[in-house]
Structures are given as structure tokens and as C-alpha cells.
Design a protein around this ligand. Structure first.
Ligand code: PLP
Length: 420
């Protein structure tokens, strides 16, 4: 009996076969009576059956489209990739119908960062890296890329004078990678101006934006001239704290091919189940982001008038240095806030140990509110001197504002601050 042609009941139940064979084959590849599941199916399969040897050869050679092996492609993962292309580049392709978009999903956000940098840099190249990039991005560049003789130069991308100096000093830099807004200080970089500036000196430089904090609902770097957009899908895209994952999206077929070549060999493919969970999360992205932003603004306003809070950073506050730029570049200012509490580390610890509703945990972008202390948690690996230069003082607290009822968040903060 040939596999892949299981239409009769007998073949479906495999009743003429032994127990072990039945335990493997019975019920599998069930022919559905022309029905399509309402929610996309999870193709949790490492390999795919070819209907004959020629089809297998044709799929491997690229002559025929289809799936062969999940490290090289999977229908559930493909759904996620198509979704991100549509979200990051949908408006762009509407305006410029010739524009194509390509996405590659990864097992983690760091896999998307490391694979993209490995794909776009060679030995002896220089890459420019935005100050305040995620700790592991900075660590990977400094410790791994440097072993392959890639020169990594840090630049404050939110200060365009510094960008100009850096690109003039390194006019052959292959890549500039930055995050906006940054973590945890929420500094905003002008993506369109930066792109114009660096490409004016080196038209071949690739501008890569880590868009994890904003999501394509709030900010779309490809529309502003960037070449690649990266995400840790672990955060807002999944939204429910159930997955670690990443994705890269580009409008360049050449860049797509380079990243794909790395991914196939390094093997940073996500599991179909994880891709399915991110697909599910993305379905409510716009609603969640609206509520995250509404709550974050209320929390930022509350904190900025509280006697025990020394300063608040949130680009949605009119007093914030990035308010105008964020208004221009982003639909709304996002769901992350950081603030300095009077009394430093001790006060921060008391706040985090006594607060209700918020969970004391790292990560961000979950539906529920999270609170953490960057100096002793997410940014503990940085030298204290470097940390403080970046504004990450011992009294700094970061919150990822969830979608709870606004008043419950304000009451929880008010009660916890009273105990500080
Ligand atoms: C901005 C940003 N980029 C990348 C990453 C890495 O993502 P992951 O933890 O999914 O590997 C993170 C993680 O916090 C992040 O905040």
C-alpha cells in the first residue's frame, strides 16, 4: 500500500496490519470530506510525504513548490511569515505594487538578530550597532561576530550627529542595526532621517530595525526606508507569554536569500506549534496594542505626578524628549514605561515586592502587566558605569503595561508606592 493515498476505511484504520504498525499509521492523514478547519491547522510534522519519487525530486530542486522537511519550510510557519509580510509591508505594497515582501520565522528573537547579522556581514566588515540595543544583541556582536573579525562600532542612533560622524568614519559599514524605542530608556530614533543620512554616504549599507517594542501596528520601518525589520515574537506579536520566537521581514529578495541560506544551515527554524501560537496572538494585535497604549499613558501620567517618583520616561508624555518624534513616527507611543523611584534600589525592591496585579518578571509585551528592575535583572550583565551612562540607575523600574482595567493598575501602583 503506497503512503499518501489513504482513502479507504481499511487503509485509514490499517486493520490488516500488526499492533506496532497500526500504532504508527492508524488514523493518520485522515481524508477530510472537503472541509477546511476554521482555525489554521498545526502541521506538527518534521517531514512531508511525496506522492511519488519525481515529486520529491521536483520539490527539492525547486521545480515544484511544496514542503519536504520542516527545517526548510512548514505550512504553519509559512502562515506566520505571510502574516508578518502583510503587516510590515502591506501598506507599502499597496502604494508600490511592484514591491515584494519576504519573511523568515525563527526559533527566538535572538536567532533572528544573529542570523541576519551573520547573513549580512563578512570578515573584516564594520557594522554599526545602536546604543541601548538588547543585551544579547550587543553581547553577540561583541563576543561572537568579533571572533569572525567583524568590527562592531556602537553609535547613539537617537543622536543624528553621532550617526553622521560614525558613517563618515566608517563609510563602508555593511549594516546599521538599532532598536526604537530602546529598552529600557525609550529613546526614539528617526528611522527615515537616519536611513537618508547613512545611505547618502553608503547606498549599499543595510538598515536593520528591531521593531519589537513598537510592533507593525504602531510603526513600520520598511515604509521609512529600512531594509530589514526584526522582531522578538516572544513579546507583543505572540502577546500571551507562551512562546519564544523571532522573525525577519525584508523587501529585498537578495537579503531574503542571504538570510534563508544561513537559516537552512544553522537551523534556527521555529516549531510549528510555536508559530501557530504566534499566529493566534497576532489576530488580536491591533486591539491589544490600543489597550496597552491607553493604559500606559494613564500609568505614565499617574506616575509623573506622584511624590515618590523622581522621573518618568514614556514617549507619550508631552514632557518627554522624544514626544514629537514618536508622534510623527509611531501611531501611538507603546506600552513600556520606565521610572526612577526616590530612594534608589531599596525603594525599587520594596515596590516590586509589595505590588499587586503586576507580576515581577522580565520580558514584556504580555497581555498582563509585568514589572522588573533593569539594574539587577535584564541589564545586570552591563558594567555599572556603562549602565549609568545609559541612564539605567539603581532606582530605575521598568513596567510593561498590560491590558487590565486601568484603575486596577493605578490602584496597585498607588498602594505599592505607599509602602515604599
Ligand atoms: C528588543 C529585543 N530584541 C530582541 C530580543 C531577543 O528576543 P528573544 O528573547 O525572543 O530571543 C529581545 C528580548 O527581550 C528584545 O527585547
Amino acid at each position: 500500500m503506497s503512503k499518501g493515498k489513504l482513502s479507504s476505511q481499511e487503509n485509514f484504520l490499517h486493520i490488516n496490519q500488526g499492533f506496532s504498525t497500526r500504532s504508527l499509521h492508524a488514523g493518520e492523514h485522515q481524508p477530510l470530506p472537503g472541509q477546511i478547519p476554521h482555525t489554521g491547522a498545526i502541521f506538527q510534522s518534521s517531514t512531508f510525504i511525496f506522492s511519488n519519487a519525481k515529486e520529491g525530486a521536483d520539490i527539492f530542486s525547486g521545480e515544484k513548490s511544496g514542503y519536504a522537511y520542516t527545517r526548510l519550510g512548514n505550512p504553519t510557519v509559512k502562515t506566520l511569515e505571510a502574516k508578518l509580510s502583510a503587516l510590515e509591508a502591506g501598506e507599502l505594497t499597496k502604494k508600490h505594487p511592484d514591491t515584494e515582501a519576504f519573511s523568515i520565522a525563527f526559533s527566538t528573537g535572538m536567532a533572528s538578530v544573529s542570523s541576519t547579522l551573520l547573513a549580512l556581514s563578512d570578515a573584516q566588515d564594520t557594522i554599526l550597532l545602536g546604543t541601548g540595543s538588547y543585551g544579547a544583541t550587543e553581547h553577540f556582536s561583541r563576543t561572537v561576530l568579533s571572533r569572525f573579525n567583524v568590527n562592531v562600532v556602537e553609535v547613539d542612533t537617537f543622536d543624528l550627529n553621532q550617526v553622521e560622524n560614525a558613517i563618515k568614519k566608517h563609510p563602508k559599514a555593511k549594516v546599521i542595526l538599532f532598536e526604537t524605542p530602546t529598552n529600557p530608556m525609550l529613546a526614539v530614533t528617526d528611522i527615515a532621517l537616519l536611513t537618508k543620512l547613512v545611505k547618502g554616504v553608503n547606498p549599499d549599507i543595510k538598515v536593520i530595525v528591531d521593531n519589537t517594542f513598537a510592533t507593525p501596528y504602531l510603526q513600520r520601518p520598511l515604509e521609512l526606508g529600512a531594509d530589514v525589520v526584526l522582531h522578538s515574537t516572544t513579546k507583543y506579536l505572540c502577546g500571551h507569554g507562551t512562546v519564544v520566537g523571532g522573525i525577519a521581514t525584508t523587501t529585498s529578495k537578495e537579503i531574503y536569500g542571504k538570510i534563508l541560506a544561513v537559516v537552512k544551515d544553522i537551523g534556527t527554524t521555529p516549531s510549528p506549534f510555536d508559530a501557530w501560537l504566534v499566529n493566534l496572538g497576532i489576530k488580536t494585535l491591533s486591539l491589544r496594542m490600543e489597550k496597552h497604549c491607553e493604559n500606559a499613558l494613564a500609568v505614565a501620567k499617574f506616575l509623573s505626578t506622584h511624590a515618590k517618583v523622581e522621573s518618568v520616561r514614556y514617549p507619550g508624555l508631552e514632557t518627554d524628549p522624544y514626544y514629537q518624534l514618536a508622534r510623527r513616527q509611531m501611531k501611538k507611543p507603546g506600552g513600556i514605561i520606565c521610572f526612577n523611584i526616590a530612594g534608589g534600589l531599596e525603594s525599587g525592591r520594596r515596590l516590586m515586592d509589595h505590588i499587586e496585579v503586576f507580576s515581577l518578571a522580565v520580558s514584556l509585551g504580555c497581555i498582563d502587566s509585568l514589572i522588573q528592575h533593569p539594574a539587577s535583572m535584564t541589564h545586570a550583565c552591563m558594567l555599572k558605569e556603562k549602565r549609568e551612562k545609559a541612564g539605567i540607575t539603581d532606582g530605575l523600574v521598568r513596567i510593561s503595561v498590560g491590558i487590565e482595567d486601568t484603575n486596577d493598575l493605578l490602584n496597585a501602583l498607588n498602594d505599592a508606592l505607599a509602602k515604599v
